[in-house]
Design a protein around this ligand. Structure first.
Ligand code: SF4
Ligand code: SF4
Length: 416
């Protein structure tokens, strides 16, 4: 059962300072590209923000407001990008995103999960993927002569996005093989990571799926999971420990590739095209990828947490490996956007499907920012960011997936 009471300290501590909606002043270069909360920028009402959601949670807690369909529609506009959370933690220690997620769980358990989320939930439960596609086709993109190492304790977790973007997984396979990494796939035993269920507030189903996945990893002796999807990565690190004990470590393909490059195990061509790129930090690979550490204790006066709490402030996300890869590719010049690292602007995607005008606005803002720093290409390494950012507009900007870009720049055997 959802329990907003556990978050009462956060709910009652918001002083409406508004920092959750804006970049820290020290990082601002002006009002343009200073906004951090996409729903606040799009809907233009305070209710659509971290601050607003805390106020609503407070009204629900006090019994002055109860869940209903319109409120649910509003709560699920939020992309759960966590920008409000890490910005609030710059001024005070509170759990803004956890409160939003608990509020959604409360809403879902009250029976108001919006139709589109209900459909997504059913698809995951029935077909083990967010698209509702046949489970047996999950790995149908593999070439006939593909061979993994069935004895390996490292798994390449393809994720549901392999249905739509198999080229990214093929690129990851190429990188791992070129670097001499022994790995296996889980084939029919691989089910959705469950990120969307946890983040929509379908906790019972999320817990069932996560426990099933962890038991599968355990039974197969999996020690390391490599993923090319930011959403899976964030779920394994920031979501799973909320439900079950995990013994495996999770790596993103960019971490593995950056290390292989450092060790000289990946060689790059030097005939690539010259291009100025900018890098978009996916929320679930950046600020939301820190490992979740359970805390139970007492909150004393002035918010002193006893015992001391390990806060997830987004500082230790995967930021450098993708940039190291970009800097290593001959001809690539990296140009940073103002909103980067833990202060990245969200791409606007919410999981299984793009949410019309709001997503187009949010991704458009990101593309405008990329173009403003002179980038010809916006690069990222998350299938959902790809779907949001790979669009046509007036900015003359291409989208490239980092895993594919690196794989395309690997020197083939015998090539000098
Ligand atoms: S930054 Fe934190 S304290 Fe300030 S308005 Fe936002 S949620 Fe409230
Ligand atoms: S999680 Fe993102 S979209 Fe949701 S309220 Fe916070 S900043 Fe806004």
């Amino acid at each position: 059962m959802a329990d907003l009471n556990k978050l009462r300290y956060t709910i009652e501590s918001c002083n409406h300072c508004g920092q959750c909606k804006w970049l820290l002043p020290g990082r601002m270069s002006g009002w343009d590209f200073a906004a951090m909360c996409p729903i606040h920028e799009y809907y233009l009402f305070d209710a659509y923000s971290g601050q607003g959601m805390l106020n609503i949670a407070g009204e629900i807690l006090s019994g002055k407001m109860s869940h209903h369909e319109d409120l649910a529609e509003m709560l699920y506009t939020c992309t759960a990008c966590g920008a409000c959370d890490i910005n609030c933690k710059n001024v005070r220690d509170m759990e803004v995103l956890d409160t939003i997620l608990e509020l959604r769980r409360d809403c879902a358990e009250a029976g108001y999960l919006p139709e589109v989320r209900k459909t997504e939930l059913e698809k995951v439960m029935n077909t083990h993927n967010i698209y509702g596609l046949p489970h047996e086709q999950r790995f149908s993109f593999l070439p006939e002569d593909f061979k993994d190492d069935p004895e390996a304790d490292t798994v390449l977790f393809a994720g549901c996005s392999a249905y739509r973007h198999p080229e990214t997984i093929l690129a990851a396979i190429k990188i791992l093989k070129a670097g001499g990494v022994k790995f296996r796939l889980l084939y029919e035993d691989e089910w959705c990571c469950g990120a969307s269920l946890w983040r929509m507030g379908a906790h019972k189903e999320a817990e069932e799926l996560i426990k099933r996945n962890v038991e599968t990893f355990r039974a197969k002796g999996v020690k390391t999971i490599i993923t090319a999807c930011a959403e899976c990565f964030g779920a394994f690190r920031g979501g799973y420990p909320r439900f079950v004990e995990t013994e495996f470590r999770t790596l993103h393909i960019t971490q593995v590739a950056a290390e292989l490059l450092q060790q000289g195990k990946l060689l790059l061509r030097d005939d690539g095209e010259d291009m100025t790129v900018t890098y978009h930090d996916p929320c679930m690979l950046g600020r939301l990828s820190e490992e979740y550490v359970h805390w139970d204790g007492e909150i004393q006066s002035w918010g002193v947490h006893v015992p001391e709490k390990e806060w997830r402030r987004g500082e230790f996300g995967v930021y450098e490996p993708p940039r190291e890869i970009l800097r290593a590719i001959p001809g690539v010049k990296l140009q940073e956007m103002v909103r980067s690292y833990e202060e990245a602007w969200c791409c606007g995607h919410k999981g299984a499907d793009i949410d019309g005008e709001f997503a187009a606005y949010t991704a458009g803002e990101r593309r405008r920012e990329a173009a403003s720093v002179g980038a010809e290409v916006i690069v990222s390494c998350c299938p959902f960011c790809r779907e949001a950012l790979d669009s046509k507009d007036d900015y003359n900007l291409k989208y490239m997936d980092l895993t594919e870009l690196l794989a395309d720049n690997l020197r083939e055997e015998g090539q000098v």
